[in-house]
Design a protein around this ligand. Structure first.
Ligand SMILES: Nc1ncnc2c1ncn2[C@@H]1O[C@H](COP(=O)(O)OP(=O)(O)OP(=O)(O)O)[C@@H](O)[C@H]1O
Ligand code: SF4
Ligand SMILES: [Mg+2]
Length: 344
């Protein structure tokens, strides 16, 4: 693992045993996050983003779950760590902002206590120092009158304040990696931007790496260095962010791009979305999971499973502009896509 790689995930697979059969929620995902880098993970609801992020930190709590694969955080193998070792890692080295602040925060504990608990566990600070650090953190995430908010319970805060409190708790012990799972879905557009800017500022100031998970490519635009697009538990495209937006090769990515609302769109205009929804994968599957929704599907797509392969450039060589991979048997043409919709 190269020295600036902070997180390395290899062939992660998470399945759930259910009465309907084995649900394959994450199906052989590999990824790397360098120190200080932001990696965006994008996909529709049900594509496996939350299960992936929980699996990385071994936080899949369902008794019916099986997680396999390798996760190295700063060289340490998390999959073979004991629960005690994992507790030392969580919060201290890697922290997570969960999708739903109401279920992630402890409703019966004041915000101040929730902030100082993890400091007590991980940092060598006395009670007064912890209290001071907690107030400073709330102030840094834009919560006014922090002393007063430290005494509040989660239900006494507005949605935006709760989200900020969660961010403060995640940052409390100065993690090297922050996994933010849909950190802004519950917020209005202005608040979304504020919270995302705040996360980015904290990341830059602390040199922290971040995995930013969202169903909305607009959220990661201009914020992620690299983007992974997930579909039915797999990575279907991976590329530097600029290439995802200007030269996507997978039809699903192109479909997601069609769904980004533009500021110039007149109000009330319907979004161009991809008809249908992602499947729940049960048992072993053959073929491309996107085939039933793909406008470019051919018969091979249902019989051959597309592997994640390096994208080729215009003349058959490597793609211009860095590491770019897709899992499509008939990828969109590069780089004229922006003008003609991508078909050769
Ligand atoms: N405990 C469980 N038992 C069975 N299946 C599960 C369980 N938890 C998740 N799944 C399934 O795993 C798949 C991936 O779910 P996941 O929550 O990771 O999706 P997501 O991409 O985070 O979606 P969203 O955008 O809605 O948050 C879904 O098909 C879901 O139904
Ligand atoms: S493999 Fe076939 S069905 Fe799947 S995305 Fe590519 S063209 Fe579409
Ligand atoms: Mg989710």
């Amino acid at each position: 693992m190269s020295t600036d790689t902070l997180l390395e995930v290899d062939d992660l697979r998470t399945t759930f045993a259910t009465p309907l059969g084995t649900v394959v929620a994450v199906d052989g995902v590999s990824l790397r996050v360098a120190r200080g880098q932001t990696v965006g993970i994008v996909g529709e609801s049900g594509s496996g983003k939350s299960v992936l992020s929980r699996s990385i930190l071994r936080l899949v709590d369902a008794r019916n779950a099986t997680v396999t694969g390798r996760v190295l955080l700063d060289g340490r193998d998390l999959q073979s760590s004991t629960e005690r070792q994992l507790r030392a890692v969580r919060g201290r080295e890697a922290a997570m902002i969960f999708q739903d602040p109401m279920t992630a925060l402890n409703g019966t504990m004041r915000i101040g206590r929730q902030l100082t608990e993890s400091m007590r566990e991980h940092l060598d600070l006395d009670r007064r120092q912890r209290r001071q650090a907690a107030a400073d953190l709330l102030r840094s995430v834009g919560i006014p009158a922090p002393e007063r908010h430290l005494r509040r319970y989660p239900h006494q805060l507005s949605g935006g304040m709760r989200q900020r409190a969660m961010i403060a708790i995640a940052l409390a012990c100065g993690p090297q990696l922050l996994i933010a799972d849909e950190p802004t879905t519950a917020l209005d557009v202005t608040m979304q931007r504020q919270v995302l800017d705040l996360l980015d500022a904290e990341r830059a100031e602390r040199g922290m790496a971040m995995i930013l998970i969202t169903h909305d490519l607009g959220v990661v635009a201009g914020r992620a260095d690299e983007i992974l697009v997930m579909y039915a538990g797999r990575v279907v495209e991976r590329a530097p962010a600029s290439r995802i937006f200007t030269a996507p090769r997978h039809p699903y990515t192109a479909g997601l791009l069609g769904s980004i609302p533009r500021l110039s769109d007149e109000p009330g205009r319907e979004l161009a979305t991809i008809p249908g929804s992602p499947p729940v994968v049960i048992g072993r599957r053959v073929g491309c999971a996107f085939a039933p929704r793909c406008p470019y599907a051919r018969s091979e797509c249902t019989s051959t499973t597309p592997p994640l392969v390096a994208a080729e450039g215009r003349h058959g060589g490597p793609a211009e502009g860095g590491d770019h991979a897709h899992a499509c048997l008939f990828p969109l043409a590069a780089p004229t896509l922006a003008r003609n919709g991508g078909r050769p």
